[in-house]
Design a binder for this molecule. Sequence first.
Ligand code: NDP
Ligand code: MG
Length: 384
Amino acid sequence: MVSKLALLGATGSIGFSTLAVLREQAPQFTLSLVSAHTDHQKLASVCREFKVPVAVLTGIGDPAEQASLRQKYPDMKLYFGEKELLNALRDEDYDTALNAISGSAGLRASFAIAGRKARLALANKESLVMAGHLLMPLIKKAGVELLPVDSEHSAIFQAIGAHPISEISRIHITASGGSFRDLPLADFGSVTPRQALQHPNWSMGAKVTLDSATMFNKALEVMEAHWLFGLPYEKIGAVLHPQSVIHSLVEFVDGSLLAQLSAPDMKLPILYALSWPHRLPSELVQTDLLSLNRLDFAPVSPERYPLYYLGLEVAKTGGILPTVLNSANEAALRLFLEERISFPEIHELCAAAVQGYPNIAEPSLEEIIEANRSVYAGIIKSRC
Ligand code: NDP
Ligand code: MG
């Protein structure tokens, strides 16, 4: 059966890997809607190659620029802004949407997809971090599937299989350790954005690469796992695994550990999310077992990765605080990339943002969006 797909964040790293999967699997999937923020050239080339009928650029608000792009691409049905994206998600014809928008900007789209009762393949972990308590019930009510694209969660999903949650004693989320896993602690104060953007194992977008260097990404993934699999935080933790070959492990009550392994390449979890409950033949990711000399594991160091531990504390408190922390981190990353703060200050800014913030136990979507906006703006303003 041909599946009709909407791909949000089509010009990014996950978008690029998804297009490679679609190319190999043609004509199994067709693209009926794509989005990007501002990269119209890349989006236009995706539309040409995959004959996509509808495209949305969320980050171009100037009417004159919109008119000139409509002129430049007369064959494209082009929309602009987040509102138009949400309208397209409501109205266009697709049965699965892959949300690969980066950061908190992907939140509303996840709700639009679930609200429209389409299957959600989720790369945008921030949707669950900020609003898992609202999104999971909506998915259940809509009677649709939420399929993880994040490699760790895809691994956990595959390892759990048909087992009930009561048979799981612990989930171990593996972490590569990011760009500075071997850097002496004394050197952290002088690292540059360029160095932070060099991931040792994975090729990814800037935000998730920086979040790997601080390991805030693992805190986000612990929260993502909590909502996806319905496990309490006491049963979820991260373990350092520098080879990134085991993508996570599930430990069952009888002591057995099940893991999923492959060369580190996002095309595999993307293909699984799109083909589930089946497996499609593919040659995109090959794993040479004989080249795997060793598989190492180590605990996550609190001195090297304080933001991971701050994230765990905030996760357990819950409410609006995960949104506040995530937003503070997004602002701090921007300041770090603009070389206005040092790498250790990312953690300091995040800790200061959650300290004393008045929590809301069960925030509404609008309260989440407002907290996200105001925390981000407040931090950026404080450093101008
Ligand atoms: P990229 O930065 O590579 O791509 C982001 C995509 O989102 C681009 O298409 C970009 O458009 C678009 N975008 C950026 N800002 C906005 C905005 N404000 N509103 C709407 N669209 C926007 O990110 P990744 O592909 O690396 O990551 C995407 C998501 O997937 C993230 O949530 C990340 O955590 C998650 N993820 C990524 C992994 C990876 O390997 N890359 C692994 C697991 C999860 P434009 O090009 O026009 O700027
Ligand atoms: Mg991941």
